[in-house]
Design a protein. Structure first.
Lengths: 234, 103
């Protein structure tokens, strides 16, 4: 005889089975909340409960058997699997957010770099120890800078810079020790005799304690008058 | 006779343990679900889990009082849990479809 509890159990069973079928039919995607891991865990939760309800409906047949005892395990596992599925979805969401923010950051960085590179003025950043850490496209062209493929550092073409005060340096490091108000007149001389004169504006970057983090130097492209070639020896 | 009492006590102990496990998990589920951005989907899973917890609760009470009523309530909870689980699955499919269309 069909009783109300049996009908209700059947409704629950059918609901979970239908839900299971729907879940299995959903395609999992690695870049989404419902990824393969989340899908597996939800399906596992539904499956163990389908099993538990199924055994429940025909309890008399399986009472005292291993299959009957496993029903209890299914009933305990259901909430645990649900929690795990939710945690997996939450982790997937965080990964998704992280990936989105990384993409946004990379695009912003590329935009800023394009902006700086498109500037007609040369811009470079000198680290406190004198290394040229960054140079935009114009500065690389004017100063003949090339990136060392092994170290990633910017190397000069062998020129020597001479400040208007007479200080000579290999890498513009004299700009780190400002001597009087800028801009500074610098003469850069290549071993081949090629010489350019630059008017360099500097901006020292320092933290609140006054520790110098580096210097931003900007200069314009030298005009023809400021570019000299030493007369070749006869 | 003694065996029947022992079995009943063991069954009751299992039902209480089962309820405790579910009740321990439930707050974590609710807490984590607050951060998940698809509340209209998660809600159905949580409701289904709550219905399952309710069925465990009624099965514990069944051993002490109003056995028939509690048995009925337990099965009503189970039927609700099944229906809610189905709704949750359908909501998940709809959400995945919407995400697919959006990307």
């Amino acid at each position: 005889m069909t009783t109300a509890p049996t009908i209700l159990s059947a409704i629950g069973f059918v609901g979970f089975v239908a839900g299971l079928v729907v879940l299995v039919s959903i395609p999992a995607s690695s870049g989404r909340l419902f990824n393969r891991q989340t899908k597996t865990l939800i399906i596992a939760a539904f499956a163990v409960y389908v099993y538990a309800l199924g055994i429940d409906m025909v309890e008399a047949t399986f009472r005292g058997t291993l299959l009957g005892e496993l029903r209890s395990l299914g009933q305990i596992l259901f909430p645990i699997f649900m929690l795990m599925a939710l945690m997996s979805g939450h982790a997937a969401q965080q990964m998704l957010d992280l990936r989105r923010s990384q993409t946004a950051l990379r695009r912003s960085n590329e935009f800023m770099l394009d902006l700086v590179d498109s500037s007609p003025a040369g811009m470079l950043f000198l680290a406190p120890h004198g290394l040229i850490v960054f140079a935009n496209k114009t500065a690389r062209d004017i100063l003949d800078l090339s990136e060392d493929p092994e170290t990633g550092l910017l190397e000069t073409g062998g020129w020597v810079a001479t400040c208007s005060c007479g200080v000579r340096c290999d890498r513009l490091e004299c700009l780190l020790d400002p001597h009087g108000p800028g801009p500074y007149q610098m003469t850069l001389e290549w071993p081949s005799g090629w010489t350019i004169r630059l008017k360099i504006h500097t901006e020292i970057l320092a933290d609140e304690a006054g520790n110098v983090g580096g210097v931003v130097a900007t200069f314009e492209r030298p005009s023809a008058r400021e570019v000299d070639r030493e007369p070749e020896a006869v | 006779m003694g065996g029947t009492v022992a079995e009943a006590l063991a069954l009751e102990a299992f039902r209480i343990a089962r309820l405790l496990v579910a009740l321990t998990v439930l707050p974590f589920v609710v807490y984590i679900s607050r951060d998940v951005r698809v509340p209209n989907v998660i809600m159905w899973y949580i409701l289904s889990l709550i219905a399952v917890c309710a069925s465990y609760f009624f099965s514990v009470i069944e051993g002490f009082a109003a056995a028939e009523l509690m048995d009925l309530m337990q099965h009503v909870s189970l039927a609700s849990a099944g229906a809610l689980a189905f709704v949750a699955a359908v909501a998940t499919r709809r959400q995945v479809r919407v995400e697919g269309d959006a990307s």
